[in-house]
Write a protein that binds this ligand. Structure first.
Ligand code: GTP
Ligand code: MG
Length: 434
């Protein structure tokens, strides 16, 4: 399964059914009046977030989504049937924008949230509506209206509270593997991780917090070096970052600065995200070397201002599990484990935004610029219509970590949650689609 985190789709609400012209023709009723029924409403197109989906892959193969039209009216004032809504499933964490303007229409963070993206057209009126004293036999009716048509830009931003960053080989995947049940690929060559991995780390309170392990960053990533830096969008929603620096490196300060420079180049507020510098693989060093490197990182790494509450760099070894408790203690303190998670925001503000000012019919396939080239700037999480919400995952870290130093089993290229690729049934609810 491929990991696709951006997609462009066209959605079109159904056309309303036409009203009709009909007259009552019944025995013993000499002058039956107008009896043409109204057309049914065209169906709406909705997006719904589904926790079983982890990628926008399906939209690579299907891009046009048109909802059912309403049925035209019938005789005897019978109204035509309205179309059933077309529900398109998307992964949790999908941002939805109008692809022409970049305006944010909604952010589907919680499972089961729905966003109306194209309203169906109104049904037309049958001639029964036009009966008046002046005109006892109206032949007037109205046609159904076209449904709305929009071009949407979907962007998946994974929902994790803690992001793990660093250069390739720093030990990021190894850390998530020892802390959670995630089993990402681990190897002693750079760019082992190609897509983000999610792992649920159990909090002292029992529930889980999602950590995201992302590919390594190298100098020039902002200009496309290595795997580039686009995957940083998956840590945009995190509340804190763990910046891992390979303890066995010759120059830990230079390593740290390379990644910090890339964070700044990426922007989107990531450079100001609270973070903790973590020196890894310290079982390979003696205590003097550890102290010296920690000191160097503290002195030359980040200014104290960049680390508002996380404090001095920390030494860990995933191999011997040294320092992991101290690391987690700091993470929980920063996340405020005792604080209740904020209430998930209602989507009321987002639903129906697409309903304003319907576009002309048939425009669904019209070309609009794909905003990949930065025609507009994505907004920061705090300005989103739906407040940032935290994922709640009941599953904890039941299985023990990987048997170090053996590389855990390779895990495909899908985004994994706790080491398991999530079911990826089609994102389209076929039962509702003609
Ligand atoms: N000795 C020792 N080796 C470690 C430790 N943690 C990780 N490693 C090794 O470092 C190498 C890289 O580890 P990964 O976890 O794949 O590193 P990564 O940061 O995810 O690398 P990319 O995915 O390429 O960015 C592997 O060979 C690991 O076995 C540790 O605590 N001690
Ligand atoms: Mg990795």
């Amino acid at each position: 399964m491929q990991f696709i985190d951006q997609a462009r789709i066209a959605v079109r609400g159904g056309r309303g059914g036409d009203g009709i012209v009909a007259f009552r023709r019944e025995k013993y009723v000499p002058a039956g009046g107008p009896s043409g029924g109204d057309g049914g409403r065209g169906a709406d197109v909705l997006l719904r977030s589904d926790p079983n989906l982890q990628t926008l892959l399906d939209f690579k193969f299907k891009r046009l989504f048109a909802a059912d039209d309403g049925v035209r009216g019938g005789p005897n004032r019978s109204s035509g049937a309205s179309g059933k809504p077309l529900v398109i499933k998307v992964p949790c964490g999908t941002e939805v924008r109008d692809s022409r303007t970049g305006i944010l229409l909604g952010d589907l963070t919680e499972a089961g949230q729905e966003l109306l993206v194209a309203a169906g057209g109104r049904g037309g009126l049958g001639n029964a509506h036009y009966l008046s004293n002046r005109n006892r036999a109206p032949e007037k009716f109205t046609e159904g209206r076209d449904g709305e048509a929009w071009d949407l830009w979907l962007e998946l931003k994974l929902l994790a509270e803690v992001g793990i960053i660093g250069q390739p080989n720093a030990g990021k995947s190894t850390l998530i593997a020892v802390l959670s049940a995630a089993r990402p690929r681990i190897a002693d060559y750079p760019f082992t991780t190609l897509v983000p991995n999610l792992g649920v780390v159990r909090r002292p309170s029992g529930d889980g917090t999602v950590f995201a392990d992302i590919p390594g960053l190298i100098a020039g990533a902002a200009r496309g070096a290595g795997l580039g830096h686009d995957f940083l969008r998956h840590i945009q929603r995190t509340r804190l970052l763990l910046h891992l620096v390979d303890g066995s490196s010759e120059d830990v300060v230079a390593d740290l600065q390379v990644v910090e420079a890339e964070l700044r180049a990426y922007g989107h507020g990531l450079e100001a995200r609270p973070r903790l510098v973590v020196l890894t693989k310290v079982e390979l060093l003696d205590s003097e070397e550890i102290a010296e490197r920690l000191e160097a990182l503290a002195a030359h790494g980040l200014s104290a201002a960049a680390l508002p509450s996380l404090g001095a760099p920390l030494a860990i070894s995933a191999a011997t599990r040294t320092g992991l408790d101290a690391l987690l203690a700091l993470v929980w303190r920063e996340l405020g484990v005792d604080r209740p998670a904020p209430e998930p925001g209602a989507l009321a503000g987002a639903a129906g935004v697409a309903a304003a000012g319907g576009m002309a019919a048939g425009g669904a396939a019209a070309a609009g610029a794909i905003p990949a080239g930065g025609a507009w700037e994505p907004e920061e999480p705090e300005t989103l219509l739906v407040p940032l919400t935290r994922p709640r995952t009941p599953r904890g870290t039941s299985a023990a970590g990987p048997s170090f130093p053996e590389a855990p089993e390779a895990a495909g290229s899908a985004v994994l949650l706790d080491g398991e690729p999530l079911a990826n049934d089609s994102s389209i609810d076929h039962s509702l689609h003609h």
